[in-house]
Design a protein around this ligand. Structure first.
Ligand code: GLC
Length: 639
């Protein structure tokens, strides 16, 4: 493996001058180890400019390394000693808006015991850096990466919170929005003021020629409230590339200066104690005419080079790809081919989430088994983020091929799911709302909390309906917990929160019904969490219990792959994980009836059902009977 050239070491050496020699040696070793990971993608991306950029990046990495707190240096060492820390079955995640969860960053720190009770070791705080005033896409329109939203606190509050979380064994995860900045960000302001340096940070076109050429291949992300992908800006006198909202300006990653800016931002956030960076909308960062401008190969080069910078300066930090893309594209974000082990270690399992809701609506696992069974395996060093709900809507990402393979029509099934979850299908207990109806494609995405989708919001005085809804919420989460990876609970779902009926009243929210499932945490509801006669008590208790059980099952370590076992009937989803320390079979009955599964398929020697701590006894026909809407986790000796 070629090491870094002497002039690069010298540049770093100048920054580290006067530091403890052993520390300096650590930096030099890391630089050599990750040099090719850095320079190769930079050369591919920026050609002749790569050398100078690498120099700048290494100097920035050295500066961050020099300034990194002692505690964080120690964390780096710990993580290097246990690089699979995020794959451990004990790692349960929680995602929340700091203000909606607790009020402010400082107040988040006052609720650590609540999180710990739920088994949380990974806390994703939704965008908290300073966003533009007014409508800002839930904070995804960043105006200043080096400041915190004043309503939440200060940069020092963030640093302090990261430290408190670390002390409690919880890793802080925050968003790095790197496809776009707010129109109000200093770079965009300078671009509008006519500074050519900053104009080149964006993609601004004088007339419609290029936008039209690109647009004929581009899907619309927000067809409803932000149609098209370009916005005319009077001040800039041009069409600005705006994939998302008109106030979110896409940055130009083909410009090496943009790369250097983001590398500095990453190092800055790392030194605050952030451990996981969620690479927001990463699929979109590279544009190529004649394509949909998603998943371009350069995206993975960019990620690899950024990751190399991090590995040199602050190896405790890992990346999570937010790539909500087709399953055959998704695995590349976790490193395929030359990028294996070099890009993001964590990515969202959007397909699993979609399938959970699809299977719960139909009471039939056939499509789910097919869709999950045909996913390419992920690298053994990576982990999925598995989730039942998140802050975004649900788009019915079910391919026509998978649907056809099980005798369904893709469009008709997606249509059914939208109807079902909007509560418009006869007999549906769901109370979601339609998000971004696209008349051209017929797509209707869905907003709603887990409780709204599972039927708790509609159950009111019907105790049996409420029981079924609670069972569905728990089952959805058991599938997610049992798949392997980092299961992330979306704030409020652990209490069966129904959603925010007043979501539209807050300034800037009225047009975006995703706010219906981003309620402020109801702490009076949280007080019921230990009372099993209440819905919050049953959901919270069920999730906390599953988290505790999970922590003890090494077969749920993310290194091994989950596989769908052959189906016996259409009501039970069987998932097997063969780990050297044990074989785990998850059986999930998605119907409202008892269903059988052959015992010999599920039980190995020494088998025990872990959630109920029971030995399972088959009936005389050799069948195990699963109660309605129930999940079992069966652990056997290694097979
Ligand atoms: C991601 C976020 C979503 C946001 C978009 C634009 O997809 O999850 O909430 O609207 O990026 O930043």
């Amino acid at each position: 493996m070629p090491s870094a050239p002497p002039e690069i070491h010298e540049a770093a050496g100048r920054v580290l001058d006067g530091m403890d020699p052993l520390r300096r040696r650590t930096f030099a070793l890391r630089l050599d180890r990750w040099w090719t990971d850095l320079i190769d993608p930079l050369t591919l991306l920026y050609g002749d400019a790569a050398g100078a950029l690498a120099n700048t990046l290494v100097a920035a990495a050295a500066t961050a390394f020099r300034d990194r707190e002692e505690d964080l240096h120690e964390l780096d060492e710990r993580r290097l000693l246990a690089p699979d820390w995020f794959q451990q079955p004990s790692v349960i995640g929680y995602a929340a808006y700091a203000d909606r969860f607790a009020g402010s960053l400082a107040q988040v720190g006052d609720h650590l015991s609540y999180l710990t009770e739920l088994g949380v070791h990974y806390l994703h705080l939704m965008p908290l850096l300073r966003a533009r005033e007014g409508d800002n896409d839930g904070g995804y329109a960043v105006a200043d990466y080096r400041a915190v939203d004043t309503r939440l606190g200060t940069i020092d509050d963030l640093r302090l919170l990261a430290g408190r979380l670390r002390g409690a064994g919880i890793s802080l995860v925050i968003d790095l929005v790197l496809n776009h900045v707010a129109r109000e960000h200093a770079w965009a302001r300078a671009a509008r003021a006519g500074d050519p340096k900053y104009r080149n940070y964006f993609r601004i076109y004088p007339d419609r020629t290029e936008p039209d050429a690109y647009e004929s291949f581009l899907p619309e992300v927000f067809p409803d409230f932000a149609p098209g992908s370009f916005t005319w800006d009077d001040e800039a006198q041009g069409w600005v590339w705006t994939t998302f909202n008109s106030y979110q300006w896409d940055v130009n990653w083909a410009n090496p200066e943009v790369f250097a800016e983001y590398a500095e931002i990453v190092l800055f956030l790392a030194n605050l104690g952030v451990e996981v960076l969620r690479l927001d909308a990463i699929a979109f960062v590279w544009k190529r005419l004649g394509t949909d401008c998603q998943n371009q190969p350069e995206v993975h080069e960019i990620t690899q080079a950024l990751r190399a910078v991090v590995r040199i300066a602050c190896p405790a930090v890992v990346f999570k790809a937010e790539a909500i893309v087709a399953p055959n594209q998704l695995v590349q974000y976790l490193g395929q081919g030359t990028h294996h082990g070099k890009v993001s270690d964590i990515a969202y399992h959007n397909s699993l989430m979609v399938q959970v809701w699809s299977t719960l609506a139909t009471g039939d696992v056939t499509l789910t088994a097919r869709a999950l069974g045909s996913l390419p395996p992920k690298p053994s060093t990576a982990a999925w983020v598995t989730y039942a709900r998140c802050h975004d809507d649900i788009g019915w990402a079910i391919s026509d091929e998978d649907a056809a393979a099980v005798g369904l029509s893709g469009p008709a099934h997606r249509n059914f799911l939208s109807d079902w979850y909007a509560g418009r299908y006869p007999g549906s207990p769901a109370r979601g709302v339609v998000f971004q109806y696209n008349p051209q494609t017929g797509d209707r995405r869905i907003s709603g909390t887990a409780a709204a989708l599972a039927g708790l919001a509609a159950a009111d005085d019907d105790a049996a309906a409420a029981d079924r809804a609670v069972a569905r919420i728990l089952l959805a989460h058991l599938i997610v917990f049992g798949w392997g990876g980092i299961p992330v609970i979306w704030s409020g779902d652990e209490l069966g929160e129904r959603g925010d009926p007043q979501w539209a009243d807050e300034p800037g929210h009225a047009g975006d019904n995703r706010w219906v499932h981003r309620p402020r945490l109801d702490w009076s509801r949280a007080e019921q969490r230990h009372d099993p006669s209440t819905a919050p008590g049953r959901v919270f208790g069920g999730l906390a219990h599953a988290a505790r059980v999970r922590a003890g099952i090494q077969a749920l370590h993310a290194a091994v792959e989950a596989q769908v076992l052959p189906l016996h009937g259409s009501g039970i989803l069987p998932v097997i994980r063969r780990h050297p320390m044990g074989t785990h079979v998850g059986l999930y009955n998605v119907t409202t009836h008892w269903r059988p599964y052959p015992a010999h398929e599920a039980l190995g020697s020494g088998a025990r059902e872990m959630l109920h701590d029971a030995q399972l006894v088959p009936d005389p026909q050799g069948l195990l009977w699963l109660p309605p809407l129930t999940g079992w986790w069966i652990l056997s000796d290694p097979s």
